[in-house]
Design a protein around this ligand. Structure first.
Ligand code: NIG
Ligand code: FE
Length: 405
């Protein structure tokens, strides 16, 4: 139930992390008509601006609503058995080559109805919302037929109607080679380019197109065909690249003006430079790094040196990151990748939004849409420092308080 809507709403005395940094002093924040209408230091209380406003909260830390820019939230079944196999030493790649991994989720997802996928995905979505997410991206990629990829995208769109959240959808037809195309990868890529992408574009089910550029995924030449088809249909481009090896997928994606290259543990300096030149965001996925017990670190120092914006996302998926807690991702980005808490929070707000091509989201600024989180903590860095559910006091979506405790 919306608690507040059209009236002027005021938050007093909040510590603000504006998407890039913490502001120097406690602030007042005014929201009106779904947008941030005022932002000023609390010590200079502005009577005129706040006239007629309802005070909705005070104290604590306010951040932009979190942006989870890379998830595979929609799937059926789970892969707990593979988790155990990997703990016994079987690699993610070996499991994949033996028909498990992504293809195991494909089998479960193909046979699930839209309603079953909604029922399976809603608890995961609710977990993200309870930890501050107001915008997320959801990929397909566990269907791998035209009809079941579109089914996943429809489910993703419906999830965005069932809850107060912005959902962006990404067609990931080139995620794995389905068994019926064994030995005919180029034919499958033709299906993705000539049928899936046009159908998803025609039905307005996808905002972007993604690929898995990897030995167990698709070659750079195959990914390039997918990028060309995406471009021809006016869809944004993203890539899973340099996760397990360096095939140059990030640089290729950058050449196609990709919004982001994601994972990038094996990215080299030439790839970083290509991303910097193209304005491609580096999406760091510490959950997958953690779950796969990876040791190759993404080139954080080079990304900083070249000024490539770093986003941080959950990668929520049944194989490599069965984790639906964005603030844990901020923590892992710091502990595993040595991001500063400020960088990790920017990664889940301003830079996460940029990885989705959403330039007015992920920030607290006058005129921006009022997607906000009020946290029961004293300093923004605490979000990355401690791992603790239940710190979200209020979640504001489009100017409406949707969650308060
Ligand atoms: O982002 N790397 C490829 N895709 C997913 C994993 C998908 C899966 O294992 O189900 C990822 O890690
Ligand atoms: Fe992923």
């Amino acid at each position: 139930m919306p608690m507040h809507s059209t009236s002027k709403q005021l938050w007093r005395d909040v510590q603000v992390f504006d998407g890039l940094a913490q502001l120097d002093e406690a602030m007042n924040v005014l929201v009106e008509d779904g947008r941030i209408a005022g932002l000023w230091p609390s010590r200079t209380f502005d009577e005129a601006l706040a006239q007629g406003a309802v005070e909705v909260g005070s104290g604590g830390v306010m951040t932009p609503g979190l942006v989870d820019c890379h998830t595979h939230l929609v799937y059926a079944g789970n892969r707990a058995g593979e988790f155990e196999q990997r703990l016994e030493g079987v690699s993610y790649e070996t499991i994949a080559r033996n028909g498990g991994g992504i293809l195991s989720s494909v089998r479960a997802t193909r046979t699930a109805s839209e309603d079953e996928l909604i029922a399976a995905s809603l608890p995961r979505l609710d977990a993200l919302l309870a930890d501050g997410v107001t915008t997320l991206e959801i990929k397909s990629g566990y269907g791998l037929t035209v009809e079941s990829e579109l089914k996943m995208l429809r489910v993703a769109r419906r999830l965005g109607e069932l809850r107060p959240v912005r959902v962006l959808t990404t067609l990931l037809g080139a995620h794995a080679l389905p068994p019926e195309y064994a030995g005919r990868a180029d034919d499958y890529v033709s299906l993705v380019c000539d049928e899936m992408i046009p159908a998803a574009a025609r039905e307005r089910l996808a905002d972007a197109v993604d690929v898995f550029c990897e030995g167990i995924g698709f070659s750079p030449a195959q990914c390039e065909r997918v990028f060309q088809a995406a471009r021809a249909h006016g869809l944004a481009i993203k890539a899973h690249a340099e996760q397990l090896s360096n095939l140059g997928g990030s640089a290729l994606a950058a050449r196609y003006g990709a919004l982001s290259a994601d994972h990038i543990e094996y990215l080299d300096e030439a790839g970083v430079r290509a991303m910097a030149e193209a304005g491609t965001v580096a999406v760091l996925l510490p959950g997958a790094f953690h779950v796969l017990r990876e040791t190759q670190l993404p080139p954080i120092a080079l990304l900083r040196q070249y000024g490539v914006p770093m986003a941080v996302a959950s990668d929520a998926n049944p194989g490599t990151s069965p984790i639906c807690m964005p603030t844990l991702m901020a923590n892992l980005a710091c502990t595993l990748f040595r991001l500063t808490p400020r960088e990790a929070l920017a990664g889940m707000t301003a830079h996460g939004a940029r990885a989705l091509g959403l330039h007015d989201l992920g920030c607290i600024a006058v005129g921006a849409p009022a997607d906000l989180c009020l946290w029961g903590i004293r300093q923004p860095a605490e979000l990355a420092y401690a791992v603790q559910a239940g710190r979200l006091r209020q979640r504001v979506f489009n100017g409406v308080v949707t969650y308060a405790r």
